[in-house]
Design a binder for this molecule. Structure first.
Ligand code: SF4
Length: 388
């Protein structure tokens, strides 16, 4: 076992607010979401505010992240009410990062103004592709031009911290198709971008659509090519890759998401939301209607609760930290967990260093870009390895 975690200065919390409503359900989506219903949404927002009020303990927080689902379906006054509730229940910093995930088709100039007045200072758009054919295959409601227009509206509304998500390895997508979306994103010039690999879960309706449309995904080596060429294009455009799937202009990393990768704490609100505080991981009930009923009844919302052992926290700190381009600060890990990572895992990690997938310089351990493609294999070394 690792030693008890050392004394570590408490970092401000991240607050996550889950909004489980969407205008339509995309054919590949495996998130906790359902179709938008005005009445249910009104009850849900009221329940969220109650949960925030009853959970709040005045701890410092410096990020609020509205994720979903489609948070941009909320009205600005609802977003404002939720942010206000967070401010009353926690010691929210003056420079708080408030991110709202948005779908391009839900955005209007009025809404953007309203969100800004409510306190939102960062928008994260689910663009996924800048090619209409691909967006249609994914059953997305927006077109490429709608996504471009939405981005233009954010600039007109004065937002200077905008992230765009793209998905690669889409059905029927070639390397050059993918790079066209990447170049389109670079042309727009957001402060931040996330590049995800489409994962098609077993019963996804997209599978049937792929069979009907005879769309296949590219071979695995082409998927690797997609990743490497996209990252090279983003490097050339001045973005810095700071995590396996994320790039940003200097200083524009997602402060909220970095908490997940750097062993920090967060409190989630809403149906299906996770929290990790003081070594305990909890998950709220997933169903929206059950969540609303439980809040109204004053009942417990948590359906899963797990005390993280020191060993579990240590392992998670290692494989989450390795996702970051800067890698693991081995002295900091040693201070916190009383374990010498290289002494413990060096023999198993050495082959990855020899293959050019991992860099060990005595102070840090970090993946190279080719190593990021094989991150799971490298990280498997850390999982419940017996103590030597
Ligand atoms: S908009 Fe996002 S959360 Fe909603 S169904 Fe589509 S992929 Fe899922």
């Amino acid at each position: 076992m690792v030693r008890r975690p050392g004394r570590v200065v408490a970092m401000p919390l991240g607050l996550y607010v889950h909004i489980p409503f969407c205008s339509a359900i995309c054919n590949y989506c495996n998130f906790n979401r359902g179709l938008f219903d005005e009445g249910l949404k009104n009850q849900y927002v009221a329940a969220l505010v109650q949960e925030i009020q009853r959970t709040g303990d005045g701890q410092a927080a410096d990020t609020i992240f509205f994720g979903g689902g489609t948070p941009s379906l909320l009205e600005p006054r609802e977003v404002q009410t939720i942010i206000e509730a967070c401010r009353q229940a926690f010691a929210v910093s003056d420079d708080v990062e408030v991110t709202l995930e948005a779908n391009p088709e839900t955005i209007t100039p009025e809404k953007l103004d309203g969100f800004r007045t409510a306190g939102v200072n960062r928008l994260s758009f689910g663009v996924q592709s800048l090619r209409d054919e691909e967006l249609q295959r994914l059953s997305r409601l927006h077109s490429a031009s709608r996504a471009r227009d939405a981005f233009g509206m954010t600039r007109a509304a004065g937002y200077d911290n905008v992230s765009l998500d793209l998905m690669m390895w889409l059905p029927g997508q070639s390397v050059s198709d993918w790079l066209a979306s990447v170049e389109g994103l670079i042309g727009l010039g957001p402060e931040h971008a996330s590049l995800y690999l489409l994962e098609i879960y077993p019963n996804a309706p997209l599978r049937d659509a792929m069979a009907r449309g005879r769309w296949a995904v590219a071979a695995e080596d082409e998927a690797a090519e997609m990743y490497l060429q996209a990252m090279a294009a983003l490097d050339a455009a001045g973005y810095e890759q700071y995590e396996i799937s994320n790039v940003a202009r200097p200083g524009r990393e997602s402060r909220h998401n970095v908490k997940y990768w750097t062993d920090q704490e967060w409190q989630g609100f809403g149906c299906g939301a996770h929290s990790t505080r003081k070594g305990v991981r909890e998950k709220n009930v997933a169903s929206t209607s059950e969540y609303i009923s439980l809040v109204a009844a004053g009942g417990p919302l948590v359906v899963e609760r797990r005390e993280l052992t020191d060993q579990a926290r240590f392992e998670e700190a290692l494989f989450m930290g390795l996702r970051l381009s800067r890698g693991l600060d081995l002295a900091a890990v040693n201070l916190r967990y009383g374990a010498d990572v290289w002494q413990r895992y060096g023999d198993d990690l050495e082959p990855f260093v020899d293959q050019g997938l991992l860099i060990y310089d005595g102070a840090r351990l970090r993946l190279t870009r080719p190593g990021m493609l094989l991150a799971n294999e490298v990280m498997a070394v850390f999982i419940s390895s017996p103590v030597r």
